[in-house]
Design a protein around this ligand. Structure first.
Ligand code: PEP
Ligand code: MG
Length: 759
């Protein structure tokens, strides 16, 4: 059964559009289940009716014509109950409705399963049989499994269809909306540019070209290149392989011929498709055909074709890379955006970022916030390889994306972009003003940094210090561990740029989602694994070199503070303090005269929350990492888009933990700050101030917004809002009541300009 399922899903996956996909589904499911009818009904969101979209066994002329409301017929019942329905004689059921045009009367038994994608019913899959009989448990289980597997495929095919301008009924749809998770606030209207990983055939987008001859020439050059490589490889292996084994290369060479794959690609290019897209299409078809074969030997051939495809693509991309053009309003899209990709687009041309994988707390999103680029992450349903060159809107507040936007929507968002520009100008005036509440409470606003670009932004926006310098960022963009000297130079730059303001440097926090290409860590549960201080305590040489570099960099400036990430207990803190003292002794012995800097601990693991007092006693300050603390308290992976809606720093458990940390830190007489993304949320910042945090550290983009907000409220009013929030047990209600309260104070502006997110 598993094999049948796998085959069907694979075949459906390679269908070129929704109609074809549904056609394959009904045909294959009918075959696999030996039933006389298989039909798919999809819920049309516009009419809210289940429409017959494909059938094998019913009258095909009723496709697109027969439809029923959710309160009509058995299909409507399956859809509304969201449960399978298994009937021996459908006509006996009170909800049975007869559609003459389908010829349905001939079929007695009925088995229907809802097709549900991300909690939303998208349709109903039905099989029917002439004779009266109850489908057995195995059949029911098969249909349910099938529809669960197909839900994603249908959603994907549907999305692809809407991007190409085809709706369910084949009528033109101007725009389509895709929902992800907010990565970086802001709105952008622009043109999609898809960035591909090198030579990954699966993600090559479709692209129409005018100059067909140029594409043919590119492809012929690629063919020649691969042919040459094959001949060389074969010759090189002459002494190690027997001639029969080397025949493989001849097979490859044959596949490249005009009469085979090579010729097919040429034909597709001639239809106006660019060479890379044509190659993907042809190779994909061949691979699918091979993979569906029952013979294991033939199935294996699929990998040969794939290999050949990748080799050709590598040649094509070499030629392409040089001519990649970025429009002035580039919206960069990739399956998994990486920090390096951000650097590829010429300055001033990048207006938005979209990533299929990752969520709001992915590193690239953190970088995007630092750079002030509207970003949406976790767009799992976006057929991103098909969107190159089309117009798009990015709504980084709501985490939504529109393809082919209508003029009305485009105008609406253009206004939002303009409104934001004006807002940013107004906020600049705030730069020199202190962050002080209406009743005179002073709230220091610090900034989080990582890239050098952050320094200038932070200074432009009036940061009063650096609350978190993520030292792993310079490590991540390196090809190997930077030496002590190299680190010293980087740290000196940070310290000097902000001097005399304090700079809090966090010791290397790798692991989890932060990987170093030259120090790979492979684990099943990386967020519960070898991360942060755990890595550096196991590698004291890395920790010592880094600490020495920080200390030496601070000579004469004396504005360094050291922060330790991922501390889960006293023993780790003590070991780290011991190493810091050792490094301090060493640099002093070497003649560098620096005082021992203040050392702090991050509170980002629940264990640390419960040990705040013990930890506080041994350090000079505390800093809450609300990104990880939220993730660990709620057991929600901060990078998993599937559970992104459960990730909520206004969850009552998080708020209580934060309040307790402040209480316990102050009981030990130690200052406590917060440096997670929560601190940069203007509405959340009101609550954090009321809790008594001594400083808030955030990305530079949001700093003026937080300052604007805090200057408009009084500490006493914030305390009222906090008391109100702490009395609510539901995160959603906390969001809405806080939003409402701020709106009533006339402060709606900063919690969502125009199309803003709830918070
Ligand atoms: C945090 O966890 O809140 C934090 C500031 O650290 P990072 O996001 O770098 O893990
Ligand atoms: Mg963290």
């Amino acid at each position: 059964m598993l094999n049948t399922l796998r085959k069907i899903v694979q075949e459906v996956n390679s269908a070129k559009d929704l109609k074809t996909a549904l056609g394959i589904i009904v045909l294959r499911v009918k075959e696999a289940m030996g039933s006389q009818v298989c039909s798919v009904y999809l819920l049309d969101p516009e009419t809210n009716r289940f429409v017959l979209m494909a059938t094998e066994g019913l009258n095909k002329r009723s496709i697109g014509k027969v439809s029923m409301a959710p309160n009509e017929g058995l299909v409507g019942l399956v859809g509304t109950r969201e449960e399978p329905l298994n009937l021996e004689n459908a006509a006996d059921h009170p909800r049975y409705r007869y559609f003459a045009e389908t010829g349905e009367e001939r079929f007695a038994s009925f088995l229907g399963a809802p097709i549900i994608h991300h909690r939303r019913v998208v349709g109903v899959l039905v099989i029917q049989q002439k004779e009266r009989r109850q489908f057995d448990e195995g059949e029911e289980a098969f249909l349910v499994t099938m529809s669960a597997q197909l839900a994603g495929v249908i959603a994907h095919a549907e999305a692809t269809g809407s991007i190409r301008g085809l709706g369910r009924q084949g009528k033109g749809i101007q725009e389509a909306k895709f929902v992800g998770v907010p990565g970086s606030p802001g709105a952008a209207v622009g043109k999609a540019v898809v960035m591909l990983p090198p030579a990954d055939l699966d993600v090559v987008p479709d692209k129409s070209v005018d100059d067909i001859d140029a594409e043919l020439k590119l492809f012929n050059n690629a063919l020649e290149g691969v042919r040459e490589d094959m001949r060389n490889l074969s010759a090189k292996l002459a002494t190690q392989l027997r001639p029969e084994e080397r025949a493989l290369f001849d097979v490859y060479l044959m596949m490249l011929e005009d009469a085979a794959l090579g010729g097919e690609v040429v034909q597709v290019i001639k239809t106006g498709q660019w060479a890379q897209g044509a190659l993907r299409q042809v190779v994909g078809e061949h691979v699918n055909r091979f993979e569906l074969m029952d013979d294991a030997y033939l199935r294996e051939r699929a990998s040969d074709v794939k290999d050949l495809g990748r080799r050709l693509l590598a040649y094509l991309q070499e030629a392409r890379q040089l001519s990649l053009v970025y429009p002035d309003n580039t919206i960069l899209i990739s399956e998994e955006l990486t920090p390096a990709m951000l650097g590829e687009v010429p300055e001033g041309k990048l207006v938005g970022l979209l990533s299929v994988l990752g969520s709001g707390n992915s590193h690239v999103a953190i970088l995007a916030r630092a750079m002030g680029i509207p970003t949406v992450m976790g767009l799992v349903d976006l057929p991103y390889s098909k969107v190159d060159g089309i117009d798009m809107i990015v709504d980084g507040y709501k985490g939504e994306v529109y393809t082919n936007p209508s003029d009305v929507l485009r105008k609406q968002y253009a206004e939002v972009v303009e409104e934001e520009r004006q807002l940013a100008q107004g906020l600049d005036a705030l730069r020199e003003l202190p962050c002080i509440t209406l009743d005179g409470h002073r709230m220091p606003l610090w900034v989080n940094t990582g890239l050098l670009a952050d320094v200038a932004r932070a200074q432009q926006r009036g940061a009063e210090g650096v609350g978190l310098y993520r030292t792993e960022v310079p490590f991540m963009i390196n090809q190997r561990f930077p030496s002590e000297k190299e680190q010293l130079a980087i740290y000196r730059e940070q310290l000097a740029a902000f001097h005399p303001l304090p700079v809090t440097m966090r010791s290397l926090d790798i692991g989890g989602d932060k990987a170093l290409s030259y120090f790979p860590i492979k684990e099943d549960n990386p967020f519960l694994g070898w991360r942060g201080i755990r890595v550096t305590l196991d590698h004291p040489e890395i920790f010592l070199v880094q600490t020495r570099a920080m200390l030496k960099a601070s000579e004469g400036l004396n504005n360094l503070r050291i922060l330790l990430p991922m501390i889960s207990g006293i023993h780790e803190l003590e070991e780290a303090l011991h190493l810091i003292h050792r490094a301090w002794g060493e640099v002093r012995d070497e003649g560098t005269d620096v005082p021992m800097p203040p050392v702090g601990v991050m509170i980002e693991i629940p264990a640390a929350v419960y040990q705040t007092r013990e930890l506080a006693r041994q350090v000079d300050f505390l800093s809450v990492g609300s990104n990880d603390l939220t993730q660990y308290l709620l057991a929600v992976d901060r990078n998993n888009p599937r559970v992104a809606d459960l990730y909520d720093y206004l969850h009552p458990a998080v708020l209580q933990a934060l309040q307790n940390v402040v209480r316990d830190a102050h009981a030990e007489g130690k200052p406590v700050s917060i440096c997670g993304e929560m601190a940069g949320d203007p509405a959340a910042a009101v609550l954090l101030m009321a809790m008594g945090f001594d400083s808030l550290s955030m990305n530079a983009t949001n700093l003026p917004k937080v300052k604007w907000m805090l200057r408009q409220v009084s500490l006493s009013k914030s305390k009222e809002l906090l008391a109100q929030a702490m009395g609510i047990d539901n995160p959603q209600v906390i969001h809405s009541s806080l939003q409402l309260a701020l709106k009533n104070l006339g402060l709606a502006r900063m919690i969502g300009p125009g199309v803003g997110k709830a918070l």
